[in-house]
Design a protein around this ligand. Sequence first.
Ligand code: M6R
Length: 606
Amino acid sequence: MCGISGVVGLKSISNLLFEGVRNLEYRGYDSCGVALMNKTRLIIKKDVGGVEEFYRKHNILQLKSKIGIAHTRWATHGKVTQNNTHPFTSRDGNFALVHNGIISNYRPLKDQLQKEGFKFFSETDTEILAHLLEKFFKRSQNVEQAFVKMLSLIEGTFALAFISSHLPEQIFCAKRESPLMLGIGDEIKFVGSDFNAFIDHTKNAVILDDGEYAILSRDTYVVKNILSKEEVTKPITKIEWDSETSKKEGYPHYMLKEIYEQPQTISNALDMETSELDEIVDWFAKSRNTYFLGVGTSFYVAKYAKYIFSRLAQEFFPSISSDEFMVLANVKKQSLVFAISQSGETFDTLSALKHVKSRGARTVAIVNVMGSSIARLVDKVVLQRSGPEICVISTKTALSQMVILTLLAMKFALKKKIITRKTYNLHLRALRDLPAIIQGILNERSGFIHRLASRYSGNRNWLYLGRGVYYPIALETALKMKEVAYIHAEGMSSGFLKHGTLAMIDDDVFSIVFVPPPEDKVLYEATLHSIEEIRARSGFVLGIHFTPPRKNQDLYSEELILPSMPPLTAPLIHLVTGQLFAYFTATSLKCDIDKPRSLAKSVTVA
Ligand code: M6R
């Protein structure tokens, strides 16, 4: 949800600023802008379009400066226009500011500034901030005091950074409910929305907390509390990720690279210290009512968890989408709320967790990004160690979360003596076999999936169907299709079909059905019934299944046969095939794979 990058160093930083903001582009990519300092004069450039296009068009790398800030935008207030692009400057041109978040009280502040003669050129909530800095500087002649005064007036959420010709060697920044961190190098300092802004240059980060601001110069930095203005001593966080894992490594897109990384991310998840998970299992046992929480893909992972806990541990733990959580969940002191979030920054999930904490209930989360807001908020965090996921569309992180949740359900079932140690070990074997099986699918089946996807890429309507635990897989893989290929894909439990949607079946509505292995007898038979219902209406069915149909040879219009799998891990293989099907459909349609229109990697606004 917008990326902020800032650098102050000894030599020209134009290229570092470019790398920083380019690495953050997955957070938003409607428009881009920079503010650099030429001695004591600010140079501002901004335009609609992506980072590389903007840099090329305006020759930004030719501009030499030892300090600068940059922004890549995901529009919230105001359309995608050059005027609405950050940075925003004060009327006198002495302050240039970039912002991520939403200033909720910007209207009265803007009205007041207009009365005082300030002119506005954008529709954004951000522009007031640059004018407020000018206004308060005029009174105090002190940049820091003007900054703190401005911060004390604004409501809402923000991560922001500015530079000023009054102090041309310093970057000022602050945070409330939108992520912001500092990168600490020798004779160089960075500010960024996340590690990717500076991971190539330093692995030492200082993560700002809500209500803090910082002042950076090339050789020093200070962090202070906005209210008390007192200095805060902050620990240095060592970034574990390797910048190399953030590169495409020859893959045409990050999405494909990240799908191909799944064997490794599953192994990483399974290598996790079991004691980390055992404590959570104790919490499940002690909790009066447990909820799973997440939104988007993470909600579908939560839904998967609901099925897997019901199946393995005979516990019904509702899953609720974060955006609906506060109106639906009945959280008490003895409740446990288990959140799932790749980024650890999603506003809806973070808000729901804050609500849960205010009720005194316990919180746990699986997140991929260390030091993220959710990781720091919850009582216990499971770091999934999937490595950076750059594509806006989640793939490897979702699969890895499902594996961790399966492991937790198995452990809970063992603790409750619902399964024996022997069964537990069999399940564990099935999980440990997964990386090799997925590798086989990637090596041997992806060409076939590619051909199928190209053949049907002209189809504009898909129903994605699955029963039981295959239902969240249908939902998640349909979401992949919508996000990356902009094709209407409706995920549904296949038993639900005959209660209305069956009326849609015609030559233009195609179905994909995720068929369980025949050993999963009840689900398998029920799924075949649904297929028959579609076929009886001459509907097209792409069946993804584990065995060739025994009797009915024309059960499927098209089929994709997978290697035989134990029921526990079969849905996870379906997930991978659905990811690939969406990816290859989108490449056939020449879509922007890693940065689909209108989306952003972490949704840090309400
Ligand atoms: O970072 P999170 O897992 O909390 O993000 C939640 C959703 O915004 C995210 O899963 C979104 O649906 C992705 N675009 C999925 O591909």
